[in-house]
Design a binder for this molecule. Structure first.
Ligand SMILES: [Zn+2]
Length: 237
């Protein structure tokens, strides 16, 4: 699904762009691809069992998976990073915040394999980044924002594309409608950190939010963050 020129959603089972198991809607997080003049960037890569579907979707849009140069991870959960070991086999350079890199290196319960009745295959992240770090890949400047809570490794990525400020938000912001935030069952879930992250994120204006599951927000995503913050403050204190 094309979002803007050169920006696509190529995976995600909640809206059926990929498909994992009968009845499953949360097995495969959203995968996004950005096409630069110098190659492709992936944001997350799905659970691992849908990678060929993701590549098929890319080919539909004229994107060759062989042109993927980088994969950035929003957090270590299997539905987002389960294909990481396969991505590494393709010599794609992987980037994640320290807490995510630590989790996927062990593949332990922080990666939630048990939740999907699957085994997370561990992998080493090539480059570890930290909160507020700005880095340039394929001539695109990206800023990382560490937003722990749903998991300790949750990271949003902010960048400009076609004159719009884009944020890839992973599971920090939920996936359905107003006031919905990410799943709260992760072994490293932390209510107070999550609320702090929502408070910080609620001060950031963006034009388009690409969440970890479900619908993309094209109108004032900050409102969604404020609604999730409000819900968290009501429910979690
Ligand atoms: Zn998650």
């Amino acid at each position: 699904m094309q979002i803007l020129n050169g920006l696509y959603q190529v995976g995600g089972d909640l809206n059926g762009i990929t498909y994992d198991q009968p009845g499953a809607m949360w097995n495969d997080g959203n995968t996004y691809t950005l096409k630069t003049n110098d190659g492709l960037i992936l944001f997350d890569c799905g659970c691992g069992d849908t990678l060929e579907q993701i590549f098929g979707n890319m080919r539909y849009w004229g994107l060759d998976p062989k042109d993927i140069k980088f994969c950035l991870f929003t957090h270590p959960h299997l539905d987002h990073a389960g294909a990481g070991h396969l991505i590494k086999e393709m010599d794609i350079y992987t980037i994640a915040i320290n807490e995510t890199a630590d989790a996927v290196a062990t593949g332990d319960d922080r990666c939630c394999g048990y939740l999907y009745h699957k085994t997370f295959s561990p992998f080493e992240v090539d480059r570890r980044i930290v909160d507020k770090e700005k880095f340039t890949i394929l001539n695109l400047e990206i800023e990382a924002m560490h937003l722990p809570g749903h998991s300790m490794g949750c990271t949003a990525y902010l960048f400009q594309w076609e004159g719009k400020k884009i944020v890839v938000s992973g599971d920090v912001i939920g996936t359905l409608l107003s006031g919905f935030f990410g799943w709260d069952g992760s072994i490293d879930f932390d209510k107070s950190k999550y609320t702090e992250s929502l408070l910080r994120f609620s001060k950031i204006d963006t034009d388009i939010m690409l969440p970890g599951h479900g619908m993309i927000y094209f109108h004032k995503p900050r409102i969604r963050v404020e609604e999730a913050l409000n819900a968290a403050l009501q429910e979690w204190r």
